[in-house]
Design a protein around this ligand. Structure first.
Ligand code: HEC
Ligand code: HEC
Length: 470
């Protein structure tokens, strides 16, 4: 079975495999995926004609009107209503609009077929704060529906107001990723969903059993688990149900998509120029692969683009990381090191132990990027202009910097055009929030561009000069 082979490996379709665009220099070798896929899929004709019409847009409510609860997240019942508006309950066992049915099956684990009961259970769990040890945190606290399924903070706040080390990525379209977490340490949504619950600084249960105890008395859950999986409340099925619910979070309907489908008016002339720069002078496409059939904008590989080189001595950290993992190689320990210690900055290295992965993180998806600031794994860049300044100067020099990073000599106008393009990647359902973000970020960038370095961008100064002369 083609589908089974793929789903088992947790890597399905060339959506996840870079679709044959330029190969990257780091990361695991390409999978032999094309051998398994039928010809049309292998050539990436995966997403069929995608209708641009879309469900109700989020209106232009001022964010101040959203009722806020613990940790600043929107109130859970408000979020649920909002979710229902964005994703009206449809036939969940049907293939999402725009997907080839064969390809879609490859995203569904064999032991977790999509049923309405499973999705409903996963939805209840996703918004349930009882899944945290102090009852203040649900998945939706950090993956807030009203904030592009992130928390829009530099790094996340969990139980007891503890701050983690990493920026919460969006759960939108996460089903289409090849690996999960910024260092790729989890293979599937169903597996990933169990980990925050037992992470001491996120939801904080000692183990799966204690988490199950917190909800097992609830009659409604007892019935829902029975209906969904034919079993009592249990931890594995908590992960499966949440995974099923997350598979309904498909948000691909952007103006850029309509442009690729032939609607010339969908994006502005500046945005079109930004797309050209993205593919040429700005070199973004060498890692952020993007096309109609590969819409996420990631090669699913891991690169060191120098985000944390500003603050860390990687060599010393790496030695510490190796020692800690030798002492306790368990999954729970890896979770803790990744989210609660300095070793977080080692990125992919902690999962792969390859030296070339030191300080490398998965290439981020760019779909819906406009509404999920701040940026990068540590949330240190506030605006997309800051992101451009970072790339324009060639990232931050360090021994493990990806070979694809170099000064770009982009002009101010060109930077604006790439940013204009990036804001065209947001699903139309968030058009209002996207506009608000663009204006807010522009205002911020006009006041302050802390990462701008024209000398570096134009090679008037070389990357290692500062370090050598220190
Ligand atoms: C305290 C905040 C917080 C809570 C609670 C939380 N997450 Fe996350 N989530 C994060 C952060 C931070 C990351 C990135 C961590 C990393 O890469 O190491 C993440 C990563 C993810 C990813 C991977 C996305 C990607 O791009 O790889 C998914 C999926 C996800 N979370 C789903 C969930 C689910 C489901 C729950 C509830 C069971 C949950 N999260 C609870 C903060 C949180
Ligand atoms: C060498 C590969 C590579 C190149 C070239 C590259 N990126 Fe990235 N990009 C990455 C990686 C890896 C990350 C995640 C880095 C991190 O979090 O530390 C990332 C993160 C981002 C983010 C932040 C996403 C988020 O959710 O926080 C944006 C935006 C982005 N890149 C845009 C661009 C643009 C625009 C260009 C071209 C000017 C570009 N990238 C060039 C690999 C690359």
């Amino acid at each position: 079975m083609i589908e089974r082979t793929l789903a088992d490996k947790g890597r399905a379709s060339c959506l996840r495999d870079g679709c044959g665009l330029g190969a990257s220099r780091t990361g695991p070798p390409r999978t032999a995926l094309r051998r398994y896929l039928p010809a049309p899929a292998a050539t990436c004709a995966l997403l069929l004609a995608f209708s641009a019409s879309c469900v109700s847009q989020v209106d232009d409510r001022m964010s101040g009107q959203i009722p806020r609860a613990e940790h600043g997240a929107a109130a859970m019942d408000y979020q649920i209503r909002e979710f229902d508006r964005l994703v009206p309950e449809s036939k969940v066992d049907e293939v999402p609009r725009g997907f080839d049915p064969v390809v879609w099956t490859a995203f569904i684990p064999e032991d977790n077929q999509m049923t309405a009961e499973r999705v409903a259970l996963g939805k209840k769990l996703f918004f349930d704060k009882r899944l945290s040890q102090d009852g203040t945190v649900s998945c939706a606290t950090c993956h807030d529906v009203t904030r592009g399924f992130t928390d829009q903070r530099p790094t996340s706040e969990g139980i007891g107001n503890q701050l983690g080390r990493r920026n919460a990525p969006t759960t939108m379209n996460a089903v289409l990723l090849q690996t999960l977490f910024l260092d790729g340490r989890s293979p599937t949504l169903d597996h990933q969903a169990r980990l925050p619950i037992i992470n001491p600084i996120e939801m904080g249960f000692a183990d799966g059993e204690s988490a199950v105890k917190a909800i097992a008395d609830d009659l409604e859950y007892q019935q829902m688990f029975k209906k969904a999986y034919g079993r009592e409340v249990n931890y594995e099925d908590v992960g499966r149900a949440i995974g099923a619910f997350e598979r309904t979070m498909i948000f691909l309907d952007s103006p850029f998509r309509r442009y690729l489908e032939g609607d010339e008016k969908a994006i502005s002339a500046d945005a079109k120029e930004g797309w050209r720069l993205f593919n040429e002078k700005a070199r973004c496409v060498s890692c952020h692969h993007m096309s109609l059939s590969n819409p996420l904008g990631t090669d699913n590989r891991f690169h060191n683009v120098g985000v944390s080189a500003r603050h860390w001595d990687f060599e010393a950290l790496a030695r510490k990381g190796i020692k800690a993992m030798e002492e306790d190689p368990s999954e729970a320990k890896l979770e803790q090191l990744a989210l609660a210690t300095d070793m977080s900055e080692l990125g992919r290295f902690m999962a792969s132990k390859n030296r070339s992965d030191i300080g490398a993180f998965r290439t981020s998806m760019l779909l819906n990027i406009g509404i999920t600031p701040p940026y990068m794994h540590d949330g240190t860049l506030d605006t997309l202009w800051d992101v451009m300044d970072h790339y324009n100067k060639g990232g931050e020099a360090n021994l493990f910097l990806d070979g694809g990073m170099e000064p770009l000599a982009l002009t101010e106008k060109e930077i604006d055009q790439v940013v204009e393009f990036l804001f065209m990647l947001t699903d139309e359902r968030f058009a209002g929030e996207n506009r608000r973000q663009m204006e807010a970020q522009r205002a911020k960038a006009q006041k302050n561009r802390p990462f701008r370095d024209d000398e570096m961008a134009n090679r008037k100064k070389l990357a290692f000069e500062d370090r050598i002369s220190k």
